[in-house]
Design a protein around this ligand. Structure first.
Ligand code: SF4
Length: 472
């Protein structure tokens, strides 16, 4: 249990949790993989029910009715609840399978299985077999493959049998956390993970200069300050030694100016050469390949947007490319991008990802990709660097991603009006298009939505650049 407060909130105030678009996208992928894996025990029925009590009742009834395979069967005992992806008969006994949208096992997968085993066992089922199901390392394309070739099982029956007797003690500890209320007082800290749905709740009340938002404050320094009751950068003693980046924040706060601009920002911006090309790629790396010859997890670069600014303050021309139709979008993308970058003075991108995309195209042997990469490397300007150590705004809260800095630097411009709002949704759109889930008018509409999303990224970069120029 990494954070008792998370457990406490989940049980006592679940409504405070916020599931963002990226989490939803991940959950949707997991759901699709789970449904696909049902083919390992085909012929089953999904247990219906809108509420927990309905699913519990229906599970019990369907087992009495003699069903041999159930999907999402639900059980509750001793105040504990468990649901299993696939429940199947083995003679008079039962087995269950839990499907993971991953290729390798981790501790949590096994702990979850032990918990499920315990609940099913205590519910009176004789469990003969427990398997975790993972996506195969070398996954073939789903289309035309046997489901057995898409997944690999890991038998965890023995560990479940061995460890489940220990579970009641651990469960009692968890129940004590849920009931005591002490956990509610836990302060947000370095233990918080980006995937915690309560980040908004726990971080909402923190001051903008909380140590948690200070970049490059190493673990020991952070702990030493917190141990002395210091939680804000503005409270850090003047003689405390800090890393360069943390020192940058302290100087910014000390200046009293918002936003604070580093003395060398003007020189760095003046080094940008025109025409300046603002470039962004969209990619997918699905667990299951969606194109012939592709490997599972391999990066596909299927889209770019570029705004070209001929001079400071001028109008930017827009160029774009997306390919959802062909089996390999790379050659077409390189062909379309080559003339856009040909005359570029600077190629402005956000983060190191664009370099990775071009390196991938070179690795795939795409004609012209090597020249594009060389052009990129010779003229690359990473705009995120300006927001890492060139401008400090407390509302950035220690982050420099475009989604965070944009609404602060360019109020009113964001992604909320778009159908595709982030890279995860773009990736899912590509996978849906390539696997035939999107066709006809739906495919055309999604294609348009992808174009508008990627365009917004590079338009946002142009506007951010203007905002930066306005600061110096
Ligand atoms: S945000 Fe942090 S403190 Fe709050 S519940 Fe999540 S992990 Fe715990």
């Amino acid at each position: 249990m990494k954070c008792p407060k998370r457990l406490w909130l989940r049980w006592n105030q679940p409504d405070l949790g916020v599931v963002d678009e990226a989490m939803l996208a991940r959950a949707e992928i997991g759901q699709k993989i789970g449904i696909l894996a049902r083919g390992l025990n085909s012929g089953g029925v999904e247990v219906p029910g809108d509420s927990l009590s309905e699913r519990l009742e229906n599970t019990a009834q369907m087992m009495r009715d003699g069903h041999r395979v159930l999907y999402e069967a639900a059980f509750a005992v001793d105040g504990l609840f468990a649901q299993v992806d696939i429940l199947f008969r083995i003679g008079e006994a039962w087995g269950f399978r839990e499907v993971k949208s991953a290729k390798t096992v981790n501790d949590n997968h096994v702990k979850d299985a032990i918990f499920q085993y315990h609940v099913l066992n205590r519910s009176g089922l004789s469990i003969e077999r427990v398997e975790l199901i993972f996506v195969a390392q070398e996954t073939p394309m789903i289309e035309g493959s046997r489901v057995q070739d898409l997944f690999v099982p890991l038998d965890v029956t023995d560990i479940c049998r061995r460890e489940s007797p220990e579970l009641p003690e651990a469960v009692n500890e968890l129940l004590a956390v849920i009931e005591s209320g002490e956990a509610e007082q836990i302060r947000a800290g370095r233990h918080c993970e980006a995937t915690c749905p309560y980040l908004g709740h726990c971080f909402g009340d923190l001051a903008d200069d909380d140590l948690l938002f200070a970049p490059s404050l190493d673990k020991r320094k952070y702990q030493s300050l917190v141990d002395r009751g210091i939680y804000r950068m503005s409270e850090v003693p003047a003689d405390e030694e800090l890393s360069n980046k943390a020192e940058f924040v302290r100087r910014a706060l000390g200046s009293g100016r918002v936003p604070w601009v580093a003395p060398d920002l003007g020189r760095r911006l003046a080094a940008v050469k025109y025409p300046a090309v603002f470039l962004d790629f969209e990619t997918a790396s699905p667990l299951f390949p969606v194109n012939p010859g592709m490997k599972g997890g391999e990066l596909v670069v299927f889209q770019f947007s570029a705004h070209v600014l001929s001079e400071p303050g001028g109008d930017a021309a827009h160029f774009e490319f997306v390919d959802l139709e062909s089996d390999d979008p790379h050659a077409g993308l390189v062909e379309a991008l080559t003339p856009v970058l040909a005359g570029a003075g600077s190629v402005i991108h956000y983060s190191a990802f664009e370099k990775r995309c071009l390196t991938r195209l070179v690795g795939a042997g795409v004609p012209g990709a090597q020249e594009l990469l060389q052009k990129f490397l010779a003229s690359s300007v990473d705009m995120e660097d300006f927001f890492k150590d060139g401008v400090y705004h407390p509302k950035f809260r220690g982050k420099s991603s475009i989604k965070v800095v944009l609404p602060v630097m360019v109020p009113g411009l964001d992604y909320s009006d778009l159908q595709v709002k982030n890279g995860g949704m773009a990736e899912m759109s590509y996978v849906a298009a390539r696997s035939g889930e999107l066709v006809g008018a739906d495919l055309a509409a999604r294609r348009e939505a992808l174009l508008r999303y990627c365009e917004r990224d590079t338009f946002a970069m142009v506007k951010l650049f203007e905002a930066l120029l306005g600061l110096v």
